[in-house]
Design a protein around this ligand. Structure first.
Ligand code: ATP
Ligand code: MG
Length: 344
């Protein structure tokens, strides 16, 4: 493959169909070494399909995969000792304890010491429950054990499909610290999520996928640069006039109706210039009944995935409905974390 030097993970033209349904329509991912890469997309976009292809659980219809600088093909599943993965609900022996499960995985995989098993149990906050049978674990505890299992062979590349599923706020904070620490030591973390706040907090590089295609990829700050949005609400009788005025301000194509929210228009404009938007409308005799600004990953995400048919919930992403909720005040800060519950 060309142009994949220095990448921990690369896919080129990756395609996967399930029967007539196209899950991946030619995916090109470029994941640099030593970063946390956030793989974002709405339900049904193809994230889990990608993860399953990357770990050889299923095979592509077309395209290539390169893991840690080498092609990854049908006969390369053994190479997964270099790669740690957590995909969908991890499967463990329910009648063995958490510790016994990790030890049995350690015995069948790359050589791993008992000490490493204990360290990982400590790391994921399961030490106190390590001798209990996994069948008695909560969802989040199983997820924690899954993360420990993915880390077992001290992999250079870690693939995690929605690892925060089922984790409580303290668990999420702890996981985030763990993953940041791994990246700081030169490892590469590829993590999928549909929770934007999580990725915004965690990732260095983001890839956004919709309907089986990459719609944007790059360092998170670069993606957010120039992604300011101002939204205004005007009476339905004034929508046309407002659009015309704002087109003059933002340039053609810069103004779009907010899907599912009658009366709201979205204008690509620096949030700091929201007053200009308001003034221009008022000068023309159009008065807004609502105005909000944002410049976060959420706006970008909604803009990029708005047109893609969703495999899941029609037109709604992240349970937000058509429109994002009130934007956070000040610079986009943590969203979604409820603060540490301390119950690790
Ligand atoms: N085993 C399967 N058989 C048939 N279709 C499938 C199968 N697995 C996935 N699909 C379809 O492929 C598409 C991509 O699904 P995938 O699970 O990769 O999405 P996802 O991005 O992981 O979504 P989510 O956020 O809901 O986990 C969807 O349209 C889905 O219905
Ligand atoms: Mg999925």
């Amino acid at each position: 493959m060309s142009g994949t030097d220095g990448l921990a993970l690369a896919t080129r033209g990756l395609e996967k169909r399930y029967g007539a349904r196209v899950a991946l329509a030619g995916l090109d991912l470029s994941v640099p070494t030593g970063v946390v890469y956030g793989f974002l997309g709405p339900n049904g976009a193809g994230k889990t399909t990608t993860m399953r292809l990357l770990t050889g659980l299923i095979h592509p219809d077309a395209g290539t995969i390169e893991l840690l600088g080498r092609p990854f093909g049908r006969r390369d599943r053994h190479r997964l000792f270099e790669v740690g993965a957590l995909i969908e609900a991890p499967s463990f022996y329910p009648y063995l304890s958490g510790r016994e499960n990790l030890r049995s995985l350690a015995a069948t995989g790359a050589h791993t010491s008992d000490r490493r098993v204990e360290e990982l149990l400590e790391l994921v906050g399961l030490r106190d429950r390590a001798k209990d049978k996994v069948q008695g674990y909560s969802l989040g505890m199983k997820q924690r054990l899954g993360i420990a299992a993915a880390l077992l062979s001290d992999p250079r590349l870690l693939l995690l499909d929605e690892p925060a599923n089922g984790l409580d706020p303290a668990g999420i904070v702890a996981m985030r610290e763990t993953l940041r620490h791994l990246a700081a030591t030169g490892k590469t973390v590829f993590i999928s999520s549909h929770v934007l706040g999580e990725i915004q907090q965690l990732a260095d590089v983001v890839g956004i996928i919709a309907a089986g295609r990459l719609v944007r990829e790059g360092p998170i700050e670069e993606l957010l640069e120039g992604e300011g949005v101002v939204r205004v609400r005007v009476a339905s009788t004034e929508l046309e006039a407002a659009t015309r005025i704002l087109d003059g301000l933002a340039g053609d194509g810069g103004v779009t109706p907010v899907p599912g929210e009658a009366g709201w228009l979205s204008i690509r404009f620096e949030p700091g210039r929201a007053a200009d938007v308001n003034r221009a409308l008022a000068l023309a005799g159009v008065y807004v009944s609502g105005l909000e600004t944002g410049s976060d990953l959420e706006s970008l995400f909604l803009a990029l995935t708005a047109d893609a048919p969703s495999g899941g919930s029609e037109g709604t992403f992240f349970g937000l409905g058509g429109r994002r909720p009130e934007p956070p005040s000040g610079p986009s800060g943590p969203t979604g974390w409820l603060g540490g519950g301390g119950a690790t």
